[in-house]
Design a protein around this ligand. Structure first.
Ligand code: PHE
Ligand code: ZN
Length: 884
């Protein structure tokens, strides 16, 4: 068995002959080329005459020279598919302007001017969903990162901060609600059934935080009083009929506002906070100042239509966007290379918030699972980049698991080293020092250094280097001294062949085998290539519990006996370490089994150890069901594939399914008893009932794996009896894998029952695309022709195709049909929505880490995409890097 230590080898490369050259690369933007803007725009007044097919925009920019910028007299305004209908300087129409590609350059003579520009856009034709677009008859904007330049010409860069005054006018019947950032300052009626509203946002902001919404919306309204007594009106705006599904989002918002005051000392700074849900949205949500715009899937929930995971997603995304009000808006980014300044920090903040609202242990396990499934593969592939990238072609491609999730882990390490109180002094200093500024990651680190009293000189490497550090752990024992020798290596990544050692904070505990106890947890920091740590007082070699709580985002490489792992899985007092021991036990076993390195006896022994650990989890009265359910989740195929240099994902999948079947039949009795017990717990949103549902889902999966007939019987019964989406979905997930009449019955019922509810119909597509049914590819093909399917809605497109792309059974089918399907999708979706399309490329980009026959087919798809004329910058960057 190979444990991956480098992301790719020349060997893997050489197995595939060179074919078509990489497509021509778009210009590269470099972090080191940063220049301050020559002109500032302290104020902007925007006037919108709204229409679905034509909106007229007049922008009046008060510009003045930046004393800190170059002395250039040219005002450089970004544009994207815009034509200037009129350009006026200080009230006079001028000819002194020219186009530079899509941008507008205006020659100016003095120190300060008023520049007025008229543009026109067609929101209905905007299928990219960037800039001003139409969704279900309403108008809304998305400006991060570079969407504002699709509305008007402007220095569209985050270090240009302006106060915005907005006026909009439109048909009152079509757009009864008119919203923008800040406060509404005036409204009135116009002629011919039109009305207008004026909004003013007192807080200077970059253009990416601008937002406008106009449509027929209703609000769930509430109020929040801040700790200094400011009364804030809260509105969650949705389409009529959806308002009864907004209460969880509202509760989450109120909890977020209160939590940020307590945990970070941050108070809201306007009298109004609006959230709008839209059904066509590229991402999860957007933190526009005072006017957050959300994908409906992170707003709407009721027990009948939303799972427990959906509820958790809403809580964390509502928190995330709200927390951006300080980490992102009050202190924003100097340039897009600093994206992790706001995103990494805000993800950490939302993680801490969710942990405080629910189970800290379970939240940590889930966050680490996401990191391993999405970020680790990214960090070992052709698109690996540091959390603060050095260059990009299209910034939309850098809203990644690395910038977000690894970014959060890096800041979490600072918190672990400083302790929560000193870390808080660091963040207080950061907010205080940089309020109103466009800051850098360096500013953040410096503030933590000064405020928390840490020396972070070497730690800064975490911002500069890509790749997941591997820490090899050697344990030895002599006399009464146990010694751990730790060695770190950071794999080479694109553009970074050599790495320097980073400080790696590891929480550890050494268990005495006889008493089953340890003498207290310690924090050790490995800050050199290799170092030994000695621990006295052990008559026998201790059981090592390391990287507890996942204190560092690294991969631990340590030979461990099944016996030690079973011990930790049952006894570790750190819940994450317990989960980790369980995972390691399974990972070690499956990796060895797939590699063909296990004799039948060794395989039987491995399974027995896992079975023993599982049995303990099933019967442990000390575990709550939420944690029990978490411990029953086997490591995913993507993470397993990550453990070997060149993977056969289908073989991993089959071996993993084989283990599930073995566990299901071996533990059938206790699984059935467990499934019966938790099925008796009535629905509620409390932790015990949620835990019961989680355990129920996991038990059902294993029962069905061991005995498909019994699984089908229980699943259809659970489906029919379900009074909530969690149970209904977990039953249908199991049925989708099985053949037989129950599958068809449940799928047909589900479609009928939720007709008209887009978010639930998304689930209907995703459940089938994610199934392990032998005909899953044919099912997906048929679903792509279904009347409910469309590529124009990102949620729907992702429900079918992203689910398929991460389903090893579908994507890695030996015929290559899965790769061809995703390749074709990329070519079809790119002209519609490049940003959403580009997110599919990394799946094919993994080819170097996949066995040669499949790798060749994956690469062939990338080449076919590269050869397509008119490819977007988004897809072009990802494809050329994946081939390069
Ligand atoms: N800034 C948004 C968030 O994390 C994400 C986003 C990026 C949304 C780009 C839309 C477009 O919170
Ligand atoms: Zn964010």
């Amino acid at each position: 068995m190979d444990i991956a230590s480098t992301p790719s080898t020349p060997d893997a490369d050489a197995q595939i002959a060179d074919a078509a050259p990489a497509p021509q690369a778009p210009p590269v933007i470099r972090r080191e080329d940063y220049q301050p803007p020559a002109w500032l725009v302290p104020q902007i007044a925007l006037d919108f005459r709204l229409g679905i097919e034509e909106t007229r925009v007049t922008a009046r920019l008060s510009v003045r020279r930046n004393p800190a910028g170059s002395a250039a007299s040219t005002l450089h305004l970004n544009g994207d598919q815009l034509t200037p209908l009129a350009v006026r300087v200080d009230g006079e129409a001028v000819n002194d302007w020219r186009m530079d590609g899509a941008d507008l350059l205006v020659e100016l003579t003095g120190e300060a001017h008023e520049v007025e520009i008229e543009t026109s856009v067609n929101p209905a034709a905007n299928s990219q969903l960037m800039g001003l677009y139409a969704s279900n008859g309403m108008l809304c904007t998305q400006c991060e990162a570079e969407g504002f330049r699709r509305i008007t010409f402007f220095p569209d860069r985050p270090d240009v901060l302006s106060t915005y005054s907005v006026r909009m006018a439109g048909d009152k019947g079509q757009f009864p609600i008119l919203l923008s950032n800040g406060n509404c300052t005036a409204t009135g009626e116009g002629e011919d059934g039109t009305h207008w509203a004026e909004w003013h946002d007192p807080w200077p902001k970059p253009a990416y935080l601008f937002a406008l919404v106009a449509g027929d919306l209703v609000a769930n309204h509430a109020q929040f009083t801040t700790r200094s007594g400011r009364r804030v009106d809260l509105n969650i705006w949705v389409r009529s009929g959806d308002e009864q599904r907004t209460q969880h989002a509202m509760d989450s918002l109120i909890n977020s506002m209160k939590w940020d005051e307590e945990a970070f000392g941050r108070e809201y700074d306007l009298d109004l906070f609006n959230v709008v849900a839209v059904s066509d949205f590229n991402m999860g949500a957007m933190e526009n100042k005072g006017l957050n715009v959300f994908n409906t899937r992170y707003v709407l929930a009721e027990p009948e239509t939303a799972t427990d995971a959906d509820y958790d997603g809403i809580e964390s995304v509502i928190g995330h966007e709200y927390f951006h009000n300080w980490s992102g808006n009050r202190v924003t980014c100097r340039d897009w290379f600093q994206l992790s300044l706001k995103e990494g920090f805000t993800v950490l903040r939302d993680q801490l918030f969710s942990a405080d609202m629910g189970s800290e242990a379970v939240k940590r396990i889930e966050d680490v699972r996401v990191l391993r499934a999405a970020q680790f593969p990214e960090d070992s592939g052709p698109l690996a980049h540091p959390i603060r990238p050095d260059s990009y072609q299209e910034i939309s491609n850098f809203y990644t698991a690395t910038v977000y999730n690894k970014g959060a882990e890096v800041i979490r390490m600072m918190r672990t080293m400083a302790g929560p109180d000193r870390f808080r002094q660091g963040t207080d200093l950061y907010f205080d020092r940089h309020d109103g500024e466009a800051a850098t990651c360096e500013d953040f680190v410096k503030a933590i250094e000064d405020g928390a009293g840490l020396d972070l000189r070497q730690f800064r490497l975490w911002y500069a280097q890509a790749g997941t550090p591997q820490v090899a752990v050697e344990a030895s024992h002599e006399g009464d001294v146990a010694t751990l020798t730790l060695t770190q290596t950071i794999p080479a990544t694109p553009g970074q062949p050599e790495k320097q050692a980073v400080p790696i904070p590891l929480r550890i505990a050494l268990f005495d085998r006889d008493s089953g106890r340890h003498a207290g947890e310690r924090l050790i920091v490995l800050d050199t290539d290799s170092r030994s740590f000695a621990f006295e007082g052990f008559a026998r070699p201790p059981v090592v519990s390391i990287n507890r709580g996942f204190s560092a985002p690294v991969a631990i490489d340590m030979e461990r006996s099944n016996e030690d792992l079973v011990f930790l899985a049952a006894h570790d007092d750190d819940p994450f370490a317990r989960y980790e021991a369980m995972q390691s036990l399974v990972v070690q076993h499956l990796v060895a089994a797939v590699g063909g390195g296990l004799s039948e006896t060794a395989r039987a022994e491995g399974r027995k150890a896992i079975g023993q650990a599982f049995a303990a989890v099933l019967s442990d009265d000390g575990l709550d069901d939420l944690m029990r359910g978490e411990l029953m989740v086997l490591p995913g195929v993507a993470y397993l594939a990550e453990q070997v240099l060149v993977a056969d994902p289908a073989a991993i999948h089959e071996e993993r399914e084989g283990l599930k079947a073995w566990l299901g039949s071996e533990l059938a009795e206790s699984l059935v008893a467990l499934h019966d017990r938790v099925s008796g717990v009535p629905y509620s949103r409390d932790a015990a009932a949620r835990g019961a549902r989680k355990t129920k889902a996991q038990a059902l999966v294993l029962i069905a794996a061991g005995d498909p007939a019994e699984g089908a019987r229980r699943a259809i019964a659970q489906y029919r009896a379900a009074d909530n989406m969690t149970d209904r979905q977990s039953a249908l997930t199991v049925l989708c894998n099985l053949e037989g009449p129950e599958r068809e019955e449940a799928l047909a019922d589900f479609l009928r029952r939720y007709q008209g509810n887009a978010l639930v119909i998304d689930k209907w597509f995703a459940l089938q695309a994610g199934s392990f049914h032998p005909q899953v590819l044919q099912h997906i093909e048929a679903l792509s022709q279904h009347p409910e399917f469309t590529l124009n809605n990102p949620n729907r497109a992702r429900a079918l195709y992203m689910t398929a792309a991460v389903n090893p059974k579908a994507f890695h089918d030996a015929s290559g049909a899965g790769y061809r399907m995703i390749g074709e999708l990329i070519r079809k979706l790119d002209p519609i929505n490049p940003q959403t399309t580009a997110r599919f490329v990394p799946q094919l980009g993994r080819w170097r880490r996949i066995e040669p026959a499949r790798a060749a087919m994956m690469r062939a798809e990338l080449e076919k995409i590269a050869a397509q004329p008119g490819l977007s910058r988004d897809v072009r960057e990802q494809v050329s890097k994946s081939l390069g």
